[in-house]
Design a protein around this ligand. Sequence first.
Ligand SMILES: [Zn+2]
Length: 273
Amino acid sequence: MHILRIVAAITFFLSALGLGGCQTSTTGGAVGAERKQLMLVSSQELDQMAAQSYNKLKADAAAKGTLNADQAMAQRVRAIAARIQPQTKVFRNDAPGWNWEVNVINSNELNAYCMPGGKIMFYSGLIRQLSLSDDEIAVVIGHEIAHALREHSREQVSQAIAAQAAIGLGAELLDLGQASADMAGVVYQSLIATRFSRTDENEADRIGLELTARASYDPRAGVSLWQKMITANSGGRPPEFLSSHPAESSRVQQIEALLPTVMPLYTAARRGG
Ligand SMILES: [Zn+2]
């Protein structure tokens, strides 16, 4: 019995390390992001779990009367997202056809995210407390959509699976039944309370800014947005969005360095439409 478990663990570990596990979720674009990613769960599996989590969030908010409570704000965010969504084709052919959804939760929280498969949630606090312009909202949406296009959550879950397989192999005691129960927790955490790596944040900034520009929103709003974030961060407890998105002057500098690449796309998009 024991030897079978070890064989299973080795097989699992090898598949984690290699053959077919590494790919890149996006192609093309002017800013580029071709880093190879470890992917051990399918997009379909993760999209399904994301949709379930998203529906639960919506149901909870609806029960509290906070789901799209400000209808004008919900329409505003949806209109901005609708202009960005078709631009995703530059990075992924399949993305414009995703089952996109955009909702606003009425809350003082400064937060926003896009779950795998295009499930966007915006918290009204981010817009109200930072008095975000349409261009700044577009930068946030572009950035969050970029995380979904690059499938950073799927990558995180895959890394957790690989780590668990490696630990199990070391102990010669990998219990796959137990591993999958643990994975449910890992997946949920990755979807709800995501902390992305600096590499992920950098990719999302790059791709997000290009999406913003192509949708003819001013990518220079990325600079003002992050300056507002830095100011918000200086007072007391950092808001939710900032605990996962460090606001630093280096981030503003990186965005400024991208402007020469994306400003021509913005100019062309304005001329075109
Ligand atoms: Zn991010």
